[in-house]
Design a protein. Structure first.
Length: 145
């Protein structure tokens, strides 16, 4: 895989994960790609809070304009953080497209799977967490450098 292809793949995968869990990718990047302890101290607890809050029954929709916009912006930031490049536009677009896909597919899965299988939402939410974490790890693997 060429450097540009692997960069776009990494940005897209990170974006999909951001669409599923908006803060987890940035928190992981703060641990793996940053020496700024203050940033890490902010992002890691926020991501942990999101993982807990997502399981609550009254959590708002990730597809509402505010949360969806935040996911797209976070994915663009994360893509540029993951893959340093002078030409950031393709990375931002790949991350943003991935975030939209992750948000819509994650929402669709979480709204349909419990009813289709007759199981509660919690196992599906945990599976979505694990999927997002796996996508982040894969993105880190594909990122050049």
């Amino acid at each position: 895989m060429s450097r540009s292809s692997s960069s776009l793949a990494a940005a897209t995968l990170l974006g999909v994960a951001t669409g599923m869990r908006s803060l987890l990718p940035l928190a992981v990047l703060s641990v793996t790609r940053s020496d700024r302890r203050g940033l890490r101290a902010l992002l890691v607890p926020l991501a942990a809070s999101e993982l807990v809050a997502d399981k609550l029954p009254r959590m708002g929709s990730r597809l509402a304009p505010g949360p969806l916009t935040a996911r797209v912006v976070a994915a663009g930031i994360g893509a540029c953080w993951l893959v340093p490049s002078r030409n950031r536009a393709p990375l931002v677009l790949a991350g943003a497209a991935g975030a939209l896909a992750g948000a819509f597919l994650g929402h669709r899965a979480r709204s349909r799977l419990p009813a289709a299988t007759g199981t509660p939402d919690l196992p599906w939410a945990a599976l979505e967490d694990a999927t997002a974490a796996t996508l982040i790890g894969t993105a880190l693997h594909f990122a050049p450098g």
